[in-house]
Design a protein around this ligand. Structure first.
Ligand code: PMP
Ligand code: GLN
Length: 391
């Protein structure tokens, strides 16, 4: 009996699981998966404990607990002057991951097309495939990972239902500029297309880069669904509390799917999310400066190791080109990641899993390092890299 459905049979194992297993086996310093090796703010952790002890342990309302929806709406107003009705325009989900899948299921029909930028975060395309939706890829290229506006314009057609925009971007660290977002906004309006944005790294920005929320551009409020989550901003990636916000009809459509996927999301962690989102501006400022310091600690290490570095403007990540660093028998990014773990003792994520099969060669010389690590972890990686010249 063929047990596996055809829908999922073509999926490999997520690269994060593969690299974590290999890194553990070889005792490598793990700069692969984007998960902090430090804890979130103590008052946020305490709020979760208080909620567990305070009998907040039964099902939450499917759309999310009222104080959390209010906190999400207030956060949007505080940072982006985006006005949201917490009762109709906010949905709490099991992380940004579920928000994206529920959005695709709730907004696109089988046979529709959805545009994604490549390299593309690894869950979107499997989500589209499971929904019977066809992905259309538009390349991000060059030093600043920019897209060709003509190529983007050509990707829109009668079947296009939505475009997914991830900014700050995983894996490249690109932050889409206001001008780039304007181009996207104009095309969405011209072709009557929905924008789904993934803004999980909205507060992790470098060198005074600013994050622009596509939903706040003229004409975009009614056609943009904004997704974000608690994990990155509050260093609690294991909590899986996320949200989708936007005009009521969009959010209602997403909830149509959400109610039959998870029904509701962890109550005590939602309660703690309200505490987190209401933290003062100083918390968010400190977060940025601590990430700036982490990135600035790792950048020179990677450069000294001989890598060509793509300086990120945001996100947890630094992309590099590894040519000239690995021995000549290393032919692609997958072999490079394996070699780096086994011979140097540092784990990274190869870039090709972020490319579709026919474009894998575009990611062949790239790999991604995570900066969301303690100083001592980054320094341990630096020590291992110092061995490079002597291998
Ligand atoms: N989107 C992007 C771009 C990500 O890098 C990640 C990784 N954490 C997620 C979504 C997943 O977010 P969550 O853990 O909230 O599901
Ligand atoms: N988003 C994280 C990353 O890109 C990992 C999430 C996961 O393990 N699926 O590293």
């Amino acid at each position: 009996m063929a047990v596996m459905s055809q829908r999922v049979a073509g999926f490999g194992t997520t690269i994060f699981a593969d690299i974590n297993a290999l890194a553990a086996k070889h005792g490598a310093v793990n700069l692969g998966q984007g998960a902090p090796d430090f804890d979130g703010p103590p008052q946020v952790l305490a709020a979760a404990v208080t909620a567990v002890n305070g009998a907040l342990n039964q099902y939450a309302p499917g759309i999310g607990m009222a104080p959390v929806r209010q906190a999400i709406a207030q956060h949007a107003e505080r940072f982006y002057q985006q006005r949201l009705n917490p009762d109709t325009d906010v949905l709490v989900t099991s992380g940004a991951t579920e928000a994206m899948f529920a959005a695709i299921l709730g907004l696109a029909d089988a046979g529709d097309e959805v545009i994604v930028f490549e390299p593309v975060y690894d869950t979107y395309v499997p989500n589209l495939i499971m929904a019977g939706v066809t992905p259309r890829y538009v390349a991000l290229r060059g030093e600043d990972w920019s897209f060709d506006p003509d190529e983007l314009a050509k990707a829109f057609n009668r079947r296009t239902k939505a475009i997914v925009v991830n900014t700050p971007h995983n894996p490249t660290g690109k932050v889409f500029s206001r001008a780039e977002l304007r181009v996207i906004a104009e095309l969405c309006q011209k072709h009557d297309v929905i924008a789904i944005t993934d803004e999980v790294y909205e507060h992790i920005l470098y060198d005074h880069a600013s994050h622009v929320r596509l939903a706040t551009l003229p004409g975009m409020a009614e056609r943009t669904l904004t997704i974000s989550s608690l994990g990155k901003t509050f260093s609690v990636t294991g909590w899986k509390i996320g949200w989708a916000v936007g005009a009521a009809p969009l959010v209602h459509a997403v909830n149509q799917a959400h109610q039959f996927i998870t029904f509701a999301v962890s109550s005590p962690l939602q309660a703690a999310a309200a505490t987190a989102l209401n933290l003062p501006f100083s918390f968010f400022d400190n977060l940025q400066s601590s990430y700036q310091a982490r990135r600035d600690r790792l950048l020179p290490v990677l450069r000294a190791a001989g890598f060509k570095v793509f300086k990120p403007q945001g996100s947890y990540f630094i992309m590099i080109d590894w040519r000239g660093v690995a021995p000549s028998y290393v032919e692609d990014d997958m072999q490079f990641a394996r070699w780096l773990i086994e011979a140097v003792g540092v784990a990274c994520i190869p870039a090709s899993p972020f490319y579709q099969d026919c474009d894998k060669q575009l990611g062949k010389y790239f790999a991604r390092f995570a900066v969301c690590k303690k100083d001592e972890t980054l320094d341990a990686a630096a020590e291992r890299f110092a061995k490079l010249g002597k291998l």
